[in-house]
Ligand binder design. Structure first.
Ligand code: URA
Length: 199
């Protein structure tokens, strides 16, 4: 299912409406699989018929989308984690150099124990995500408690993140082989934000 949804996102003929719908569907699968990063507690409950052992999620993650594309994943994750604190990190790429520029931060209180789900659909050079990770660490997050969720990554960006932040965990739908000279993921899907926000 994830691959077929990704094919729809990649197709340049996909309308904005379908692109949004597909991004939300893919986001929902990513969010539903994200419970593998959560600690669970066993307890005993009674069904109408019998006593049984069940597993419950212990803590809610803190959701941090990187503006603006990361907000496309937010509704899907909120559906599964309705109590989650939400923080925002605004980073844009400088057009000429593709260097990340931090322009906005609004984060909830972060503790050493906080599990952070960093939402960044397109991991190209990895520099924006890395800047966001550094910022979260400055605010008290432990690298091992940060999970990066991306739809597409360029291999070089993925490797950059792994080298710079060896303890971070990732959930990435697909890793593409190339990054072109303008730092776009190839084959990729184009500008995620422009296609999702219709700009
Ligand atoms: N951001 C995008 O939206 N697309 C890319 O290919 C790279 C970064």
């Amino acid at each position: 299912m994830k691959n077929s949804l990704l094919s729809t996102l990649r197709n340049k003929e996909t309308s904005c409406e379908l692109f949004r719908q597909t991004a939300h569907q893919l986001g929902s699968i990513m969010a539903s699989e994200s419970d593998s990063f959560l600690s669970k507690k066993k307890s005993s409950i009674e069904t109408p018929l019998a006593k049984t052992e069940v597993e419950n999620i212990e803590t809610s993650p803190t959701l941090v989308p990187i503006l603006r594309s990361g907000t496309a994943l937010l509704p899907s994750f909120l559906f599964f984690y309705p109590k989650a604190p939400i923080g925002f990190i605004g980073i844009r790429r400088e057009e000429k150099t593709a260097k990340p520029l931090l322009y906005y931060t609004n984060l909830p209180i972060i503790h050493k124990e906080s599990l952070i789900f960093l939402l960044d659909p397109m991991l190209a050079t990895g520099q924006s995500a890395s800047l966001a990770i550094d910022l979260l660490k400055e605010q008290g997050a432990l690298e091992k408690n940060i999970v990066l969720f991306s739809i597409l990554a360029a291999n070089i960006g993925f490797q950059f993140i792994q080298q710079k932040h060896p303890s971070i965990r990732t959930s990435i739908v697909h890793i593409d082989p190339d990054l072109n000279s303008d730092k776009w993921i190839v084959p990729g899907l184009g500008d995620f934000g422009d296609r999702y926000f219709k700009t």
